[in-house]
Write a protein that binds this ligand. Structure first.
Ligand code: DSN
Length: 417
């Protein structure tokens, strides 16, 4: 890989090499990250990147789309089978644009939307004041119960009845528990709203049937295809067949332009791979590792939001440890462990400081780490939390982190020869 880049632009090739080394040496625990299999990387760089195409198979705006038609049809049929969906549109470029497709399909400016608060687990594109969607639609937010750290469905229902939104959104970026999709769909139905789940974080777990799927319950299900799905930087939208035509129009020309056929090809490969036993076993272990980490942290008096996790991530409230999320993100990064600072429910710290960290287990599990290695990582995290300014401790943990992770190669030897 990079043979021609090395010849034509060694400076840039060196930067890519440095990033590979960084990833190899780092204990990667950012919950939205995973490692793509080599075929996903090959296909993302395939000749499909040369082709400009708009429209849908059999009805394109440009000539020369027959081969792409074959690929898109294959990808769609694989995705439908994998997720047991009535319909899927796989033209989104990302999870964010998947959401925009749904908004373009069913909402008009000024329409009311009920979504999860960003600072309690929601996503920017669900109407955060920092996102353009907040200026276009009229958002109300539900959140978590302060006692349990879990979604407050009663608040969701009360707000739905009060506001009568056109759309209710569930699905989150930093929520460690299963979502009661049936209940959300019932609440939406009771007020005549559309229901939508953004399953970006958990799509891999859903594909492997390790956690329940939102698809049977929701009108629309959006997703990115990175994160637990471990595929290309891209997106997809599932819906009931009755919305298929409108969703297609809402996606193109409603929200997007020409298709990214190269990442579509990579997704096509992943829709097959995600049905394998190998992928299933990784996803099972991801949840086991996350639950083990939560238990080990709680044994050491850490506050794990909601008291544990049902998926690939956990959120740790660091207030009883007298360190901030930002401090820990920086200190752990220096020690070779990559996590991100995270607002915790009812956080009083500023969003760029935060009181917590979010930890994801997908990447390390893909590398083969199991519970014993997770216990060791918890010990390393604990050392840093207790001495975030101590350079000797950081250096000692960094050496331990590198030694541990070096036993679990990021890619098989020779993968980039
Ligand atoms: N929403 C961001 C995250 O979860 O990290 C990126 O997808």
């Amino acid at each position: 890989m990079l043979k021609e880049t090395r010849r034509t632009d060694p400076e840039l090739a060196q930067i890519v090499d440095k990033e590979l080394i960084r990833q190899e040496k780092c204990i990667e625990m950012i919950a939205s990250e995973s490692t793509v299999p080599v075929p996903v990387m090959e296909l993302s760089g395939s000749v499909f990147t040369n082709k400009t195409l708009e429209g849908y198979p059999g009805a394109r705006f440009q000539a020369g789309g027959e081969v792409a038609d074959e690929m898109e049809r294959l990808a769609v049929s694989r995705a439908k089978e994998l997720f047991g969906a009535e319909y899927v549109n796989i033209q989104s470029y990302s999870g964010s644009t998947a959401n925009y497709s749904v908004f373009a399909t069913i909402l008009k400016p000024g329409d009311k939307v009920l979504a999860m608060r960003l600072d309690q687990g929601g996503h920017l594109t669900h109407g955060s004041p920092a996102n353009w969607t907040s200026t276009m639609y009229n958002h109300t937010f539900y959140g978590c119960d302060p006692e349990t750290g879990c979604i407050d469905y009663e608040e969701m229902e009360r707000l739905a009845k009060e506001v009568k939104p056109k759309l209710i959104i569930c699905g989150a970026s930093s929520y460690p528990r299963l979502i009661d999709f049936k209940r959300v769909a019932e609440i939406a139905e009771s007020v005549g709203a559309y229901s939508m789940c953004d399953m970006a974080h958990v799509a891999g777990l859903v594909a492997a049937k390790v956690i329940p799927s939102p698809i049977p319950y929701m009108d629309f299900v959006t997703s990115s295809t990175t994160k637990t799905f471990c595929s290309a930087r891209s997106g997809m939208v599932f819906c009931k067949e009755k919305y298929a035509k409108e969703l297609n129009k809402g996606t193109f020309p409603g929200a997007l332009g020409s298709i990214h056929l190269h990442t579509m090809a990579a997704k096509c490969w992943s829709f097959r791979y995600a049905a394998t036993e190998e992928f299933h076993d990784i996803m099972v272990q991801v949840v086991k590792n996350a639950q083990h980490m939560a238990e080990e942290l709680m044994k050491r008096d850490y506050t794990v939001v909601s008291g544990g996790t049902d998926n690939h991530l956990l959120v740790v409230d660091l207030r009883n440890k007298n360190v901030t999320g930002r401090q820990m993100q920086t200190a752990l990064d220096s020690a070779g462990i990559s996590v991100n600072k995270q607002v915790v429910p009812f956080d009083t710290a500023k969003p760029h400081i935060t009181s917590g960290i979010r930890i994801g287990l997908t990447s390390v599990t893909q590398r083969g780490l199991k519970e014993d290695a997770i216990t060791e990582i918890v010990d390393m995290i604990d050392r840093v939390v207790n001495a975030p300014e101590d350079e000797a401790v950081i250096a000692e943990v960094k050496a331990r982190a590198e030694e541990l992770i070096s036993k679990y190669p990021l890619y098989p030897a020779g993968a980039f020869a």
